[in-house]
Write a protein that binds this ligand. Structure first.
Ligand code: SAM
Length: 258
């Protein structure tokens, strides 16, 4: 039974780190005329309303993307800002895209996209905004194993689990290693939370040990509410595109000032 709903958290400080790096990578990869594959194992509903009750209830977007825009954390021309401006132009000033709509902004007709979302309602919502992609209502890792190595072989996979099931922390390093073996040229990006009880630490240690060349970028931020368990987030990227590390360190410096 899946209960996680990303609408409560869309546009928060963790999403901002993930989406800033995702947009940067997609902008970089689509600058070359060669087609690519884009895969997402945990896609969410694709489009969120920051004036909706979920977002208003938590206030997480106000402390995240809204603050980032007002304080110019993203310079002019930053791929996330460009994508967000365009998507808000189409869907209104309170819209916030999930990762699939950020991807849609950058992908070209010759690119190939596969998105998995298991939750029936989230999948249905996703289907209404992502006609550009092959949609899969199945476990994201099962989809990724079925599709990898994709055609075209160059490309990016985002793995963004909700970590609702505690065993996900054990499963993820094994899945990442298997997928990396199947798709050794793919950029594989994994998002993870940093929690007060450090539940994520053994997973990150295993990832680091298995893939010493991967880029790992972690940011810390105040909890969304007193006592809330998430105090930061991380991105683990295999085969990081040239220049991504500079963007990751730039973001880390901004979060250090919070
Ligand atoms: C963190 S949210 C995704 C957010 C999205 N990637 C974004 O950045 O906008 C995780 C999503 O994974 C979905 N999910 C949970 N378990 C899944 C599974 N085994 N396979 C595919 N999707 C799953 C949840 O329903 C939820 O919508």
């Amino acid at each position: 039974m899946l209960s996680y709903q990303h609408a409560y958290h869309a546009g928060n400080l963790a999403d901002l780190q993930k989406h800033a790096l995702l947009a940067w990578m997609l902008d970089y990869l689509t600058a070359k005329p060669k087609p690519l594959s884009y895969l997402e194992t945990h896609a969410g509903r694709g489009l969120y309303d920051l004036s909706g009750p979920e977002s208003e209830k938590t206030g997480e977007a106000a402390a995240g993307i809204t603050r980032a825009l007002s304080e110019e954390w993203l310079p002019d021309g930053h791929p996330l800002r460009e994508a967000l401006d365009s998507i808000r132009g189409a869907h209104g000033p309170d819209a916030y895209p999930g990762s699939p709509l950020f991807a849609r902004y950058f992908l070209r007709p010759e690119d190939n996209a596969h998105l998995a979302e298991l939750h029936p309602a989230e999948h249905e919502a996703l289907a209404s905004v992502t006609r550009f992609a092959h949609l899969h209502q199945q476990d994201g890792f099962a989809m990724a194993h079925a599709v990898c190595p994709p055609t075209p072989r160059r490309g990016l996979m985002l793995i963004d689990p909700s970590y609702e099931v505690k065993t996900e922390y054990e499963i993820v390093p094994r899945q990442v290693s298997k997928l990396a073996r199947k798709w050794n040229v793919g950029v594989i990006a994994l998002w993870y939370p940093i929690l007060t009880d450090s539940r994520q630490a053994p997973m990150v240690e295993a990832l680091r040990k298995n893939h010493p060349d991967a880029l790992i970028s972690e940011v810390r931020f105040p909890p969304a509410r007193p006592g809330h368990g998430m105090i930061g987030s991380g991105m683990f990227v295999l085969n990081p595109p040239y220049g991504l590390e500079d963007e990751a360190r730039r973001l880390e410096a901004i979060y250090k000032r919070l």
